[in-house]
Design a protein around this ligand. Structure first.
Ligand code: GKR
Ligand code: MG
Length: 448
């Protein structure tokens, strides 16, 4: 097909980058001192620059590099066909063997991630700039809202001073949140302190606690403490499938009015799939259930819906592509279900991707996850997207509404090049806390 009238892509750069992180804890272990991402920077014949971001790792870099010949010289208006060509003809980071199991630090993550999202985003950014429209106006049925509600994503944090790893120290920062976010937080009081500091800086009204770290009872104490301090907050807990069905029921059955919903409480057990188990959990407790683990593509979504295992699907555009996430959002809304988005550590280009996708998702969407509060201050773009009053205001600027700062990108690339390994490995830092620690999908990471 020959489409006339839109600029052509003249250049595409893939830049792997790294940023600093806290020793945040999950079922998978501890976040390493640095996290990685892949950035795509495209230029077109109209002189515009388009941006994309997706997960890090050499395999994803390789996939993105392989797309170049399928993109350069093509018209940006033909972006749907370009993304198709990339899906069919590019190198595929392939094969997922970890359904329903938290294994995001292992090689599984790259199989859930859709590297082409970074291409789609950069092309939509260029097209939006050419047309003078924000990306959300080009997705699905167009813009659905003026601002996006964001939740405060709280994590337990281990004591970085007890391990000999290059975690950064921000305890002398002028900002109260920056001051505490790199420090140990393993008690209900410390989680409440995080919530206050993030509320102060970002105005959050809703919170999520990443669980699967301590015994479930301890984690419920933190949830109760949060609710006591923030009685109007919608609060959610996410152990990434760590609890058995019985345990999940025991822990949460009396938490109505305290927990608004529960995210991936259980995984597969005793020959039953995570969908069957979560459906039993829902029936037994009456809690609403969210997932980013058992509905990460259309086939999984179908089975999740048929088995009535979930109410809220966290359709991260980096897993679904932006247009795929919106298509899921439309279907969920038509079926009386709820759209939301999961996240992993990311830079501000992904924050813009989340915001533009959420802006086009129809219906009563749930507050969106973002890890940005843990990365805030490490922007790759000039004027970053702000979270104020617990919301991101959807930009009226064309495209993603952000402009890349190459000096910052090059610095983040330098950091990346100093790293020995570029793949996420949450078991690495755990060895410094608990020698010979091994991932167990049914055991909180600090319970050994
Ligand atoms: O950043 O470690 C983390 C999170 O645990 C992430 O990997 C999860 O995928 O945030 C995610 C979730 O909601 O499950
Ligand atoms: Mg989750």
């Amino acid at each position: 097909m020959n489409i006339k009238g839109t600029p052509v892509v003249t250049e595409m750069m893939v830049v792997p980058v790294a940023g600093f992180d806290s020793m945040t804890m999950t079922l998978s272990g501890a976040h390493a001192p640095m996290f990685t991402r892949n950035i795509v920077i495209m230029k077109d014949s109209a002189g515009n620059t388009g941006l994309g971001e997706v997960h890090g790792g050499d395999d994803i870099t390789k996939a993105l590099e392989s797309y170049k010949p399928l993109i350069i010289g093509k018209q940006i208006g033909d972006y749907r066909n370009i993304v198709q060509a990339v899906k069919r003809g590019g190198y595929l980071a392939g094969g997922n063997d970890g359904e329903g199991l938290q294994g995001l630090d292992l090689k599984n993550l790259k199989f859930v991630v859709r590297a082409e999202t970074a291409i789609e985003s950069a092309l939509l950014d260029l097209l939006g700039k050419f047309m003078g429209l924000p990306v959300c106006s080009l997705l699905g049925d167009g813009r659905q809202r003026e601002d996006i509600t964001i939740l405060g994503y709280l994590f337990y944090v281990s004591d970085r001073t007890k391990v000999n790893l290059p975690y950064i120290d921000e305890s002398s920062s002028a900002d109260p949140w920056f001051r505490i976010r790199r420090n140990v937080a393993l008690t209900p009081e410390a989680i409440v302190e995080q919530a206050y500091a993030t509320k102060e800086r970002y105005g959050f009204k809703d919170f999520k606690l990443k669980a699967g770290v301590l015994e479930g009872e301890e984690e419920m104490k933190a949830i109760r403490a949060l609710k006591k301090e923030f009685p109007d907050a919608r609060i959610n807990i996410d152990p990434n499938g760590a609890w058995s069905l019985n345990e999940a029921i025991r822990l949460t059955k009396d938490m109505h009015g305290i927990l608004t919903y529960v995210e991936d409480p259980c995984g597969p057990e005793k020959g039953f799939s995570s969908r069957e188990i979560m459906s039993e959990y829902k029936m037994a407790t009456g809690h609403k259930v969210a997932t980013n683990m058992i509905a990460t593509d259309w086939r999984q979504l179908h089975h999740s819906v048929v088995s009535k295992a979930v109410d809220i699907v966290l359709a991260d555009p980096h897993f679904w592509t932006m247009s795929g996430s919106i298509r899921a959002g439309q279907v969920l809304n038509d079926w009386g279900m709820t759209w939301g988005s999961h996240s992993n550590n990311h830079f501000d280009i992904s924050l813009a991707i989340f915001a533009q996708t959420a802006a086009a998702a129809p219906g009563d969407i749930t507050a969106m996850d973002t890890h940005w509060i843990w990365q805030d201050g490490q922007e790759l773009c000039g004027e970053s997207i702000a979270i104020k009053d617990g919301k991101i205001k959807v930009t009226d600027k064309p495209g993603l509404g952000i402009e890349i700062d190459m000096d910052r990108v090059l610095k983040a690339n330098e950091l990346y090049n100093k790293m020995d390994s570029h793949d996420r490995d949450d078991a690495m830092a755990m060895q410094h806390l608990i020698p010979n620690w091994k991932f167990d999908s049914k055991k909180p990471c600090l319970v050994r």
